[in-house]
Design a binder for this molecule. Structure first.
Ligand code: DMJ
Length: 675
């Protein structure tokens, strides 16, 4: 140690060597000159090692061992990190590629109702996914259908939103499980949601839905089939204008008109159709009539249900689409004049009201009203309350629903067809149908629930129970094609009779599934719409009769559909086309458009009157003489042609079904809390 220090000192400033191998021996100082051969170096190192003390050698060995262990550990953990990084990026790729495909197999069916907002902040990337845009503001009929984004872009946005919402629902599931009191196959109701309709909160009158944010969008060109609908509408309108202007219905063969209420029923029913079809001139002309000639102060009896769905509904929807207060004023007027109908011992309204005298009464032969009539006026009166700030309209119709909810005499949610205005009880018990006199009760259960923002639990419960009742009691399959149809039940006996009116059901079921109800509702909708289509396709004119009877047993030479002589008329009804529209909107399956196109062509073939207008016919089984009836129902313009036009459109914002709910006469009313 010492000699080395001396040598170092002699060589200049001290060096910071670690070990004493440089310390003084002859060999280390290079006696005999420089020798850098491998053998010399090996020998020299070994000799140096041997010269070290045991302690020095142990320290060095320990250091080597320590470094070696550290090296092994850090190599292993780096490998794990690297491996996980590699796997993660593969997972990410798979997520991007596969999840959209898996989750969006049925993209238009939205997930169960949820509250996404609470979690949004935790997932900042989700805020990049835009929800579907609100409907385009349409201030005039001419730009209506030419100012909306293309379906594919919007569908993509909607799909992204569905995916984002599904993710949020997943994350939110645990919390929700604890809070949820009713969970019926996807329809989730929160315990803190009131079963009370939002009526009590009505304070301020609301604006029309068209007065929301303006949103410039790419035009969607009108296609050939839509043009054919416009042509059909113009032809029908020409007949009405030439021979029935200002009257209720056109009689196209006798070139005259018929009066029911004397309130220009066809004109009012057709207002929003003209708006949607973009028929500006026709709309303006009709508006003038409403402004100058529509007078409700008349000594005339009107049917509460029919005037509510056609007149009140038509005026309210036209107000929303156009933003023109004239229509709201008229709606208020007729709404007020209809109110005496609710002055009954039971609060179940009478069927008829004299809108000039302010008196109401049941039909002459009974004190009953039909169940469909008293339970299918709610969308309109509730909306009138919301718009005017006057609760009385909503109170009156909500009371009816609450009362019907509690009544006995139902069969697994299925209701009888009559209700007594004195006792408030169902009458003619034991007969159950989804057709005439009961049909729209079921439709309005679901639609009121949607209109009110999916908060009114009793409505949803009654709807779901009723659909279970339909499945249990009314569904059968026909021969030979095994079509699923909805029959009727009379005192325990099944009848294979189905009204064309029942064909509203596939559309309603599909709407429910779209709003989060069970997927099997959609399955049922798909089977039933096929049946409704066959009610047209299996008939000689390609037009459905009013009522069909299905064959339950296979018989040689017999089709599924049998028609009785008394039932073979066609009134230009909308229900099948209505359901085709919903089915196309929610599935995008073009076959529904093709079926609708066939139906339109057959209306043109067998019901079009050359001098203007379309007519109902007496015999759908005789193509050479379908026996025209000489009447064009107002719902042909209010509903049938409107649903045709919407069916052929690929613009999901042309009356967006997350913003609007159609009343039973095809008049769109805004959903109060849009999806
Ligand atoms: C329309 O007035 C309505 O759709 C109602 O609900 C049933 N009947 C006709 C159309 O068929």
């Amino acid at each position: 140690m010492y000699s080395g220090a001396a040598a170092t000192a002699a060589a200049g400033p001290p060096r910071r060597d670690f070990i004493s191998v440089t310390l003084g021996s002859e060999e280390t100082v290079g006696v005999g000159g420089y020798n850098n051969s491998k053998a010399w170096r090996r020998r020299s190192c070994w000799r140096k090692w041997k010269q070290l003390s045991r302690l020095q050698r142990s320290v060095i060995l320990f250091l080597f061992a320590f470094l070696a262990v550290c090296g092994v550990i850090s190599y292993t953990s780096m490998g794990e990190v690297w491996k996980s990084l590699t796997n993660k990026s593969l997972d990410d790729q798979r997520t991007e590629q596969e999840i959209p495909r898996l989750k969006l197999a049925n993209p238009a069916v939205l997930p169960a109702p949820q509250k996404a907002d609470a979690n949004r902040g935790d997932y900042p990337e989700l805020s990049l996914q835009k929800p579907p845009k609100p409907p385009h503001v349409r201030r005039g009929p001419s730009n209506l259908q030419i100012k909306a984004p293309r379906r594919d872009t919007k569908l993509k946005i909607q799909q992204d939103t569905v995916r984002a919402v599904e993710d949020l629902v997943e994350v939110d599931k645990v919390e929700k499980t604890e809070k949820t009191i009713i969970s019926w196959r996807g329809a989730v109701i929160e315990p803190d949601q009131s079963t009370e309709p939002p009526s009590s909160k009505i304070m301020e009158p609301e604006k029309p839905s068209s007065v929301e944010a303006e949103d410039q969008k790419e035009p969607v060109p009108i296609n050939e089939r839509q043009l054919a609908v416009i042509e059909a509408f113009r032809h029908a309108w020409k007949g009405y204008k030439d021979f029935a202007w200002g009257h209720d219905e056109l009689k196209p063969l006798s070139k005259s008109y018929s009066e029911w209420f004397g309130l220009g029923l066809t004109l009012i029913d057709a207002l929003d159709t003209m708006w949607i079809l973009g028929l500006k001139e026709e709309f303006e002309e009709a508006r003038k009539w409403v402004a100058n000639d529509l007078v409700f102060d008349k000594n005339v009896d009107v049917n509460l249900f029919e005037s509510t769905i056609r007149i009140l509904g038509g005026l309210l929807s036209t107000y929303h689409l156009s933003g023109d207060s004239l229509f709201l004023e008229k709606a208020k007027d007729i709404g007020n004049r209809l109110m005496p109908a609710f002055k009954t011992p039971s609060k179940i309204p009478y069927s008829d009201v004299n809108i000039g005298r302010g008196t109401a009464h049941p039909p002459r032969w009974t004190s009953d009203s039909t169940v469909a009539e008293v339970t299918s006026i709610q969308l309109e009166f509730r909306e009138l309350s919301r718009l005017t700030g006057d609760e009385k309209f909503q109170k009156a119709v909500d009371e009816v629903m609450k009362h019907v909810h509690t009544l006995s005499g139902k069969n697994d949610g299925l209701v009888p067809m009559f209700i007594n205005t004195n006792s408030g009880q169902f009458t003619h018990l034991g007969v159950y149908t989804l057709g005439a006199r009961a049909d729209s009760y079921y439709e309005y259960l679901l639609k009121q629930w949607i209109q009110g923002g999916k908060k009114e639990n009793e409505l949803l419960e009654d709807y779901i129970r009723a659909i279970e009742g339909v499945k249990k009691h009314l569904l059968q399959r026909s021969e030979p094609k095994k079509l699923t149809f909805v029959g009727e039940l009379a005192h325990g006996h099944f009848s294979a009779k189905m009204d064309h009116l029942v064909c509203f059901l596939p559309g309603t079921l599909a709407l429910g599934a779209h709003n989060g109800l069970a997927a099997d509702h959609m399955k049922l909708a798909e089977t039933l719409i096929e049946t409704c289509y066959q009610m047209y396709a299996q008939v000689e004119t390609g037009l459905s009769p009013e009522i069909v009877h299905f064959n339950l047993h296979a018989q040689k030479g017999h089709k599924d559909v049998e028609i009785k002589p008394a039932d073979r008329h066609n009134l230009l009804r909308p229900e099948t086309v209505e359901s085709l529209f919903y089915m196309y909107r929610f599935t995008g399956d073009k076959k529904y458009q093709d079926w609708g196109w066939e139906i339109l062509q057959n209306f043109n073939r067998y019901t079009r009157v050359p001098t203007g207008g379309y007519t109902s016919i007496n015999n759908v089984q005789n193509p050479s003489n379908p026996e025209p009836r000489d009447k064009m129902e107002s719902f042909f313009l209010g509903e049938t042609l409107k649903y045709m036009f919407l069916l052929f459109s690929d613009d999901i914002d042309l009356i967006n079904l997350d913003k609007y709910v159609f009343n039973t006469e095809a008049h769109p009313l805004p959903i109060w809390v849009p999806a």
